[in-house]
Design a protein around this ligand. Structure first.
Ligand SMILES: [Zn+2]
Length: 634
């Protein structure tokens, strides 16, 4: 019972302590979300009963039904080692699904081309709901870090799609979902709220929910309501951001006068897909000075914008076009800014500007404008000084990706001892369990040296404890898998012991399924892959993705070339028989570990010899292959 209302939770978790530890938080999070939504929408909860069902190995984070929400059990029942991010993610998924009771269930899209709308509304509401429960957090930073990098992951690729798409046939509805809807659309929705104002936005939504209660509506119905309240401001903006695909490429040009002041500062935007689209948006230009940054608001309307307000200012050390984490696009950093950031990024005082600089720097690395080895130098120097946990986790993620995807194999070996020692220090100096967990996870993902592996094995064997960090069953499973992938001498025995240790039957079955994919024997790995030709063996999709990730791990990428072509050939069948995210996750799991020119050639040849492939499937391949295409070209 919360607020006089009964909520019911159904689960099949066998670890009673885990349930007890998490139960109150799960009920409270639902009650808080529900109360907030009733207030914001002005409409009481419409469905009477409220249940949540925790499903093991559920392929979605959650799924709304009027009056009952299904969750992936592991996203709401957290381990003791859960990071702050995992706790936030749990609060967000609960707020997201609860929002659907209004956005999706009370008012439903007319047709599936508008599914994005209920998803973005749910995410947008979730951010508003979750923020007050984590007052110690920098929410602007969280919004930026949780949406921009994931949206760019798709929007930077040749396979990207518009937020709102034409959909001829319902059997393609699944392919509409993805980061463009879950991550770009909230960014775009925040722009809309800035255009019409917070109150104007809420009032527009109230009118929309009231007008279409227990009925259907389209995105254009909402645009019409907002356009009538704010004439001329919404329809054209909606076209560029919502109906077209891709992101602008934005560069700045700074000219100084003889006395060292800003003479002119201009911003230009370009459509990398060659359609000459112009994306109207508001930026907060950050001009960097020793110990401080100055924000200059700019409204981008056309292809070129002159920043008059920057004129006569003191020459900045760097120019960051998306200060305050506001702007969306590929921001090409000028050479002076790039080199300043590589040397001094960690000295930027404001966490949001720093986080934004990290994201931009990474995007510039992907454009071959930053040396991956210099990026790693910067990250290793900056990490011990980073005071914001969200930035730290983001940078640790970049370190793993840089290490496996961008550094050549021989450079990895050279850098490993220093990196591991840094990560070990991070684990022991961290002040909270969640911070320790983040350092530890990166260590486990990147460890290569003999000493590092011996230490990890001692931790896995429970011979050595990490002070202040309790490792649960899931952690031990992941350690065993990491050790097996690195083919430590007793890896087969480690896997067998781990199987015996696992108490939870669902986790045990999933682990057993993954064992052949972890084998040091290539023949056994081949059999593991061949299983997936039978649809019955693809029924538990997260299990399949585990295996594909292990089979194609960077340490085995040369041997795994043989899996690429058959995986591509199976894609149409995967789409026919699998759930909505499966085709893109299947492709991503196969290609994520590869970076060789041979791997890139296999994908290109496949695309060339299958020119009749449906456009959406082609987009899925192009998106999954983007990182491979970029890194193999370096
Ligand atoms: Zn949803």
């Amino acid at each position: 019972m919360r607020d006089g209302r009964t909520f019911r939770m159904f689960h099949r978790e066998t670890d009673a302590g885990k349930v007890t530890r998490n139960r109150d938080a799960i009920f409270d999070l639902h009650a808080t979300s529900l109360r907030w939504l009733e207030d914001y929408t002005g409409i009481p909860y419409p469905w009477g009963k409220f249940d949540f069902v925790l499903i093991p190995s559920f392929q979605f984070g959650g799924m709304e039904h009027a009056g009952a929400i299904f969750y992936n059990a592991s996203s709401v029942l957290l381990e003791q080692s859960a990071t702050q991010n995992q706790m936030l993610n749990r609060a967000s998924v609960i707020a997201h699904e609860t929002s659907h009771m209004w956005f999706g269930d009370l008012v439903t899209m007319r047709w599936f081309n508008d599914v994005w709308m209920k998803e973005v509304m749910a995410n947008f509401m979730a951010a508003k709901i979750v923020n007050p429960s984590f007052p110690e957090l920098n929410h602007e930073l969280r919004f930026m870090l949780s949406h921009y990098p994931d949206a760019y992951e798709v929007d930077r690729t040749a396979g990207t799609n518009p937020i709102r798409q034409q959909l001829g046939n319902l059997n393609e509805a699944g392919s509409l979902y993805g980061p463009i809807i879950y991550d770009k659309a909230p960014v775009v929705m925040r722009q809309l709220e800035r255009i019409v104002g917070e109150t104007g936005f809420r009032d527009g939504l109230r009118e929309y929910l009231k007008k279409y209660s227990f009925g259907n509506a389209t995105w254009l119905d909402l645009v019409a309501i907002l356009e009538s309240q704010h004439p001329g401001r919404v329809a054209a903006w909606s076209h560029a951001w919502v109906e077209e695909r891709g992101r602008p490429e934005i560069s700045t040009a700074l000219r100084l006068s003889a006395d060292g002041k800003v003479a002119t500062l201009s911003i230009s935007q370009r459509d990398p897909l060659g359609r000459s689209i112009v994306w109207p948006q508001e930026l907060q230009l950050a001009l960097g000075y020793p110990g401080r940054t100055e924000l200059v608001p700019v409204q981008l309307e056309g292809a070129n914008t002159s920043v008059a307000k920057a004129g006569q200012k003191q020459a900045p050390l760097y120019v960051l076009p998306n200060g305050a984490g506001l702007g969306y696009g590929l921001f090409i950093l000028d050479p002076a800014t790039r080199s300043y950031l590589l040397r001094h990024l960690e000295s930027i005082p404001d966490a949001l500007t720093r986080g934004s600089a990290w994201v931009d720097l990474w995007e510039n690395l992907l454009e071959h404008r930053i040396d991956p080895s210099k990026f790693l130098d910067l990250a290793m120097r900056a990490l011990p000084k980073e005071t914001d946990e969200q930035n730290r986790e983001r940078v640790l993620g970049y370190v793993s990706e840089d290490f496996w995807q961008w550094l050549p194999a021989d450079a990895r070996g050279v850098r490993a001892p220093q990196l591991e020692s840094l990560l070990r220090q991070g684990i022991s100096h961290a002040s909270t369990a969640s911070e320790k967990a983040a350092w530890f996870r990166t260590f486990r993902n990147t460890v290569l040296t003999k000493e590092g592996l011996e230490w990890l094995e001692r931790v896995w064997r429970r011979e050595e404890k990490i002070a202040g960090l309790t490792l649960g069953e899931t952690d031990e499973i992941e350690m065993a898998q990491a050790l097996a992938l690195r083919e430590v001498s007793d890896s087969r025995q480690i896997l067998n012991t781990e199987r015996e240790r696992i108490q939870n039957p669902d986790r045990k079955a999933r682990f057993e399924f993954s064992m052949p994919a972890l084998s040091a024997d290539p023949v056994e790995r081949e059999r593991s892959f061949q299983r997936f030709r039978d649809v019955a063996n693809r029924r538990r999709e997260p299990w399949v993705l585990d295996c594909l990730t292990f089979l194609n791990h960077p340490l085995r990428r040369q041997d795994a070339l043989r899996f690429i072509r058959p995986s591509l050939e199976m894609l149409p069948e995967i789409q026919r028989t699998g759930d909505i995210f499966f085709p893109s996750r299947w492709m991503a799991a196969v290609l994520s570990g590869h970076r060789s020119t041979e791997a890139a050639a296999i994908v290109r040849n496949f695309l060339a010899s299958n020119s009749g492939m449906p456009e959406r499937l082609r987009w899925i391949v192009l998106t999954a292959a983007d990182s491979l295409f970029r890194s193999s070209a370096s």
